[in-house]
Design a protein around this ligand. Structure first.
Ligand SMILES: NC(=O)c1ccc[n+]([C@@H]2O[C@H](COP(=O)([O-])OP(=O)(O)OC[C@H]3O[C@@H](n4cnc5c(N)ncnc54)[C@H](OP(=O)(O)O)[C@@H]3O)[C@@H](O)[C@H]2O)c1
Length: 325
């Protein structure tokens, strides 16, 4: 038996429980990983609560399909199936399991070889677990949706959370001029991450910046689409990575409509699983160009507190759960 955090019903963090579950057995193309650390993302809260309701069509209408939650993890290979070629027992690996059945909030998880990348050598498991989902989102949104170019001016709105802290660093690594928008308490941190200009979302007068940006990455759609549109210059691109269902539909359906008559592009974005991208992020981390920001590490037994803390939406970077020593 192994210990795991489980959920059988949708609800608040109180529906989560720690229990002993049968050992997981890897298939021929899978590896058995001992999880050392797992990190939480807002997507884990969507799956925990079953909200927005639309998400239930993918993850279980009445109750969660996946009993053991958790997508981001870092750990050590304990055993490899017969068909595995790239990894061997003892390798330190990390992954985003959101396309592979979740399950990172357990002592062990069986993971297909194609989901895994070698952990960055210069990170601990606690740091590495903070990387996959948020950094893949930031990389793909900036590279594939924004098509960010050196010298472009980008606004990153909601810059101090899991996705935002990576987005600021990756945009700088791409050679862009970054305006980070966050709360007052994180302004100094944004400077340390390399942001060129920093705005406090509580006091900023956005009208002063209308027409200023080649691109906007809106991490949570905190402003109406009409405001983001005015902040763009005439060829500007707006990409939204999170936000309410209404905002997502607005960006998706009305994006092209509201851009009619201008060359501006407005839309949203969904991360795709891509192990090559995770390997690229590993290279950026090992080259010292980007690093994960871990706000808090919770011991295993405080998993409910970890979910509750994330649910407050003010973490600086990532929330991590230490799964083993
Ligand atoms: N499209 C995709 O594929 C994809 C992938 C990953 C995530 N997402 C979505 O992206 C969103 C952000 O994820 P995350 O992991 O970065 O979340 P997070 O870590 O919880 O980030 C929250 C951040 O939002 C900021 N914030 C809170 N209230 C704000 C306000 N009124 N105005 C501006 N910023 C505010 C906070 O900054 P302060 O502490 O400074 O207030 C905090 O740093 C979520 O909706 C998530 O579901 C989408």
């Amino acid at each position: 038996m192994m210990k795991a955090i489980t959920t059988r019903n949708y609800g608040s963090p109180s529906v989560l429980q720690a229990e002993e579950v049968p050992d997981t057995v890897p298939k021929d193309d899978e590896l058995l990983i001992q999880v050392h650390a797992a990190s939480l993302n807002q997507a884990n809260l969507v799956l925990l609560k079953g909200k927005p309701f639309l998400a239930r069509f993918a993850y279980g209408v009445l109750k969660p399909k996946h009993k053991i939650p958790g997508s981001d993890m870092s750990g050590v290979v304990k055993a490899a199936g017969k068909q595995v070629t790239r990894f061997k027992p003892g390798d330190e690996v990390y992954a985003d399991l959101s396309n592979y059945g979740f399950g990172s909030l357990a002592e062990y998880v069986a993971v297909p070889e194609k989901a895994l990348a070698m952990k960055p050598a210069n990170l601990s498991h606690l740091q590495a677990a903070a990387v996959p989902l948020a950094s893949l989102t930031a990389l793909q949104a900036l590279r594939d949706a924004v098509h960010l170019q050196p010298g472009q001016r980008i606004m990153i709105y909601g810059s101090s959370g899991g996705v935002g802290t990576f987005a600021v660093q990756i945009a700088k690594a791409f050679g862009a001029t970054v305006t980070a928008v966050c709360s007052k308490k994180h302004m100094e941190n944004m400077k340390i991450l390399g942001a060129d200009h920093i705005l406090d979302y509580e006091t900023v007068n956005l009208t002063k910046y209308y027409g200023s940006f080649d691109a906007i990455l809106a991490i949570n759609g905190y402003q109406p689409l009409s405001v983001y549109k005015k902040l763009l210059n005439k060829n500007g691109v707006y990409v939204m990575v999170g936000g309410s269902v209404t905002q997502m539909f607005e960006a998706m359906l009305l994006g092209s409509l509201s851009a009619l008559g201008s060359r501006k592009k407005l839309g949203n974005f969904l991360k795709k699983h891509n192990t090559e991208d995770l390997a690229e992020l590993t290279s950026l981390i090992e080259a010292g160009k980007i690093r994960p920001l871990v706000d808090r590490v919770f011991p295993f037994q405080e998993f409910k507190e970890a979910f509750t803390y994330l649910d407050q939406h003010h973490a600086y970077g990532k929330v991590v759960i230490k799964m083993s020593n």
